[in-house]
Design a protein around this ligand. Sequence first.
Ligand SMILES: *[C@@H]1O[C@H](CO)[C@@H](O)[C@H](O)[C@H]1NC(C)=O
Ligand SMILES: *[C@@H]1O[C@H](CO)[C@@H](O)[C@H](O)[C@H]1NC(C)=O
Ligand SMILES: *[C@@H]1O[C@H](CO)[C@@H](O)[C@H](O)[C@H]1NC(C)=O
Ligand SMILES: *[C@@H]1O[C@H](CO)[C@@H](O)[C@H](O)[C@H]1NC(C)=O
Ligand SMILES: *[C@@H]1O[C@H](CO)[C@@H](O)[C@H](O)[C@H]1NC(C)=O
Length: 452
Amino acid sequence: MFKFAALLALVALVPSFASAQVQLYGQCGGVNWTGGTTCVSGATCTELNSYYYQCLPTASTSASTTSSTVPTSSTSASKTSTGTSSAPSSTATAAAGNPWTGYQTFLSPYYVAEVNAAVQNITDPTLATKAAKVANIPNFTWLDEVAKVPTLGTYLASADALATSSGNKQLLQIVIYDLPDRDCAAKASNGEFTIADDGQTKYFNYIDQIVAQIKAYPNVRVVAVIEPDSMGNLVTNMSVEKCANAATTYKACITYAIEQLATVGVYMYLDAGHAGWLGWPANLSPAAQLFGQMYTATGKSPFFRGLATNVANYNALTTTSPDPITSGDPNYDELLYIQALSPLLTQQGFPAQFIVDQGRSGQQNLRQAWGDWCNIKGAGFGIQPTTNTGSTLIDAIAWIKPGGECDGTSNSSSPRYDSTCSLSDALTPAPEAGTWFQAYFEDLVNYANPAL
Ligand SMILES: *[C@@H]1O[C@H](CO)[C@@H](O)[C@H](O)[C@H]1NC(C)=O
Ligand SMILES: *[C@@H]1O[C@H](CO)[C@@H](O)[C@H](O)[C@H]1NC(C)=O
Ligand SMILES: *[C@@H]1O[C@H](CO)[C@@H](O)[C@H](O)[C@H]1NC(C)=O
Ligand SMILES: *[C@@H]1O[C@H](CO)[C@@H](O)[C@H](O)[C@H]1NC(C)=O
Ligand SMILES: *[C@@H]1O[C@H](CO)[C@@H](O)[C@H](O)[C@H]1NC(C)=O
């Protein structure tokens, strides 16, 4: 009885909650949406797709259809994503050549805020001055959970406004990273979706929301890295049960992502591990076959520009003194790996270009084993982002992993604990994956090479 009364009281509260005004760029409708449906003054609730209605500035909604009736009930699921069976019609035309050419890279306000907060906490003025420079170096925004997708809309709007006010065309860098049963061979970066709980449908919905946001800002160019580690796991970790079980879903999800993002003109680089993973001679051919298969399956779109290597890793782009841990692998740096993989991709009909993460590659010879990936002690920021890469195969050197965000916790009681994060070459104590790790950031600044 008491419970029933409490329930009634809760129900009575719902209408006032539902009618609360939604902030600019907030979600205001879509299948199963239970939050507010009325936007603040100056914004209009706009259908981007049946899953996602967003409060957009009233003047900039021309590309979409404004709707006054917003589906909020669970019975309005008139459409479900069906992936490869819904052939996407490409509406965008790819520019030839390097997507960065002619564009200025937009700085993520989130990372800028993180860095600026971190700088406040640095007492050594020399270090603080160097650290502050990091806020002006573009990296990628990781859309590692669906809740972060609306933020993309705010960045796109800011980039669009900046392009208008500055006269410089803007390019926004994102990482698509939310596969169901994500990171099937590790624990630290386990995602929010599971295959068992309809993760594929949820992933398609995540992609639909991203596509809808990007579609509303056709003048902002978007470059995306697709799903770090997933393809590498399918090449080398099929003996891990979780990876074997995930293979079909990974491929279906990535195929859907590439096809849908191509329709709104996103330039994509699928993650290709790194020299110490797929660069081993025995792994090169199977990797090239898998990438070729993905390229063909997604219609050989010119927006599927190529592959991203060394994402969140520590390898050098080139080195004249190979790290002893690389012994036995003739492809002991990223350029050697790319030069070895490229002709095999060409044989598969995939003329892939590359981007290479150097965000934490400033110092070398730090690791006990090449497979160690977690908060490596002594790492420094590496070569700063540039399209002057020294190789015609490489479109850009980038900082893809936002330096200072933690790889994984060293707390062995945490459910996401991975023992790699408390090895002797990892900096401890480390907080949860994705959260700010101040001591690590300060080391990256301190050991940056070239110096900041
Ligand atoms: C909407 O809710 C219903 C009932 O809970 C559920 O079966 C359906 O999968 C949901 N749809 C989406 C797209 O989440
Ligand atoms: C900065 O220091 C304050 C006070 O010690 C602390 O609450 C905050 O979490 C620190 N921020 C970072 C980014 O470490
Ligand atoms: C990259 O990350 C740094 C801090 O880790 C941040 O200051 C910067 O704004 C980020 N850039 C982008 C484009 O996200
Ligand atoms: C995944 O494959 C890599 C490369 O062969 C290997 O080093 C790693 O131990 C594997 N992970 C698991 C959990 O088996
Ligand atoms: C370690 O994780 C456990 C479980 O999440 C938590 O209760 C504990 O406070 C954590 N310890 C530290 C030092 O953060």
